[in-house]
Write a new protein. Structure first.
Length: 387
C-alpha cells in the first residue's frame, strides 16, 4: 500500500474526544478507545496539505465558497454515484447533525411528528426531541444477520408524520439499502406528503461488492421530496473541520431551506470548510480505496476472531462503514452488566447499543478503523474477559 494504516499515532493532548473524554465518560483512562466514529489513521495527506498551503498566507480572514468546492462535489457525485447535480442545488452546513436540526426547524413545527428507524444514530431522535417534536418509531427487523425495514409497519407509522429521517447507509447496522427499498420508501413518503431527510455521511465508506444509492437519485418521487446530507468527513477522517453540505433538487424546498439557513448566517463556512472538501474529492480515490481495503481486512479479522474465541458474541457484518454492531445477547447479561463486562473485564471503551434506541439493548458498537495491532490487543483483552 502507498499509505501506512498500521502506524500508531498518539492522540493524547490533542483534545480528541475519543481519548480525552474517557475520564469524563468512564471515570478512567485505562480503556482502549474504540467508540467515537473517527479513525485512528492520519487524516488524508492531501487534506492536511491543503490546510498547510492555506496557512502560508498568514491572514486568516473571511472566506467564500470556492469554485473548486462546487466542482469537486459535482464531479465526485457524478463519478461515484452517477448522480448529476448543479451548483445551485448545493447548500453548505456546519455539520450534518446541525443540518438535521435546521431541516427539522425549517420544515416542521413544535409538536409535529418525525419518524426514525431504530436502532439508529442517536442524534436522529435526540435532535427531534430537543426541538420539541414527537418521535415516531419504526424499528428495523434483524433477519438472517442483517437489518431490514419493516415496510408494513412503515406504512402505518408514517401516517400523520411531517418528516422522516433516513440513515443511508445505516448506522449502527452498516446496512446499504437497495434501490428497490429506497424507491418504496420514496413512494410511501411522497403519497403521504412526508419530507425525507437522508443522512448519507457513510456513503463513501460503502464496502465491495455493495453499491450506495443516493436517495434523491432513485426516482422522481425521491428527487422531488428529499434533502440529502453528505460530507467527506467520515471517509477522509476530517470530522473536526465541521464541513458538510446538502443537495436539494426541488426548487421550492431548496429556496425555503436556503433562506432559513442564511437567516442564521450558517451557510458561510469557516476558513478551511471549502478547500479541504475540494482537496478530498479531487485527490481522494486512491487513498479511500486503500483505507477501505484495510478496514475490510480488519472486519474479516474481527469476524473470524469472534467465531473462534467468543462464539456467543456475533457481529452484524457491515456493508458500509468501519463501525461494527456486535450482538452480545447470547451472553445472557443485563445491559448494565454487559457494559461492565466490556469496561471492567475487557477494558474497552465502546458504544453501548441501547444508546441507539431500546432495540439496541444487548449490542455493542466497535470502531475498527484503527491499526491492526490495536485491534488485536483489544480483541485479546475481550477473549480473556470472555474466558
Amino acid at each position: 500500500m502507498k499509505y501506512n494504516f498500521d502506524e500508531i499515532i498518539d492522540r493524547s493532548h490533542t483534545d480528541a474526544v475519543k481519548v480525552e473524554a474517557l475520564a469524563e465518560r468512564w471515570g478512567r483512562t485505562d480503556l482502549i478507545p474504540l467508540w467515537v466514529a473517527d479513525m485512528d489513521f492520519r487524516t488524508a495527506p492531501f487534506v492536511v496539505d491543503a490546510i498547510k498551503k492555506r496557512l502560508e498566507n498568514e491572514i486568516l480572514g473571511y472566506t467564500i465558497k470556492s469554485k473548486d468546492w462546487y466542482v469537486s462535489i459535482i464531479n465526485w457525485l457524478k463519478e461515484r454515484y452517477d448522480w448529476k447535480i448543479s451548483a445551485n442545488m448545493l447548500t453548505y452546513t456546519p455539520g450534518i447533525v446541525t443540518g438535521l436540526g435546521l431541516a427539522i426547524q425549517c420544515f416542521t413545527q413544535p409538536g409535529d411528528k418525525v419518524m426514525v428507524q431504530p436502532p439508529v444514530y442517536h442524534p436522529f431522535f435526540l435532535v427531534t426531541e430537543h426541538n420539541h417534536r414527537e418521535v415516531v418509531w419504526n424499528p428495523l427487523i434483524l433477519e438472517d444477520g442483517q437489518y431490514r425495514m419493516d415496510m408494513e409497519n412503515f406504512r402505518k407509522q408514517i401516517k400523520g408524520c411531517k418528516l422522516f429521517i433516513l440513515c443511508n447507509p445505516h448506522n449502527p447496522g452498516g446496512r446499504v439499502w437497495t434501490k428497490e427499498e429506497l424507491e418504496e420508501v420514496a413512494h410511501i413518503c411522497y403519497e403521504n406528503n412526508v419530507l425525507v431527510v437522508s443522512d448519507e455521511i457513510h456513503a463513501d465508506l460503502t464496502l465491495a461488492p455493495y453499491v450506495h444509492h443516493p436517495f434523491a437519485n432513485v426516482s422522481e418521487e425521491a428527487r422531488n421530496n428529499s434533502i440529502v446530507f453528505m460530507s467527506p468527513s467520515k471517509a477522509f477522517n476530517m470530522p473536526g473541520l465541521s464541513s458538510s453540505y446538502c443537495i436539494i433538487e426541488n426548487e421550492a424546498l431548496r429556496a425555503k431551506f436556503q433562506e432559513y439557513v442564511a437567516a442564521a448566517e450558517l451557510d458561510s463556512g469557516h476558513l478551511f470548510a471549502f478547500i479541504t472538501v475540494a482537496a478530498a474529492y479531487s485527490n481522494g480515490t486512491e487513498w479511500l480505496d486503500q483505507m477501505l481495503a484495510y478496514v475490510s481486512a480488519n472486519i474479516d479479522y474481527l469476524e473470524s476472531f469472534l467465531k473462534e474465541y467468543t462464539p456467543k458474541i456475533k457481529m452484524i457484518r457491515p456493508q458500509a462503514s468501519y463501525l461494527v454492531f456486535m450482538d452480545c445477547r447470547e451472553l445472557g447479561l443485563s445491559q448494565p452488566d454487559l457494559i461492565k463486562f466490556f469496561e471492567d473485564g475487557a477494558h474497552l471503551a465502546l458504544n453501548e447499543g441501547a444508546m441507539f434506541g431500546k432495540e439496541g439493548a444487548g449490542f455493542m458498537r466497535i470502531n475498527v478503523a484503527t491499526p491492526r495491532s490495536v485491534l488485536e490487543r483489544a480483541l485479546n483483552q475481550l477473549r480473556e474477559a470472555y474466558r
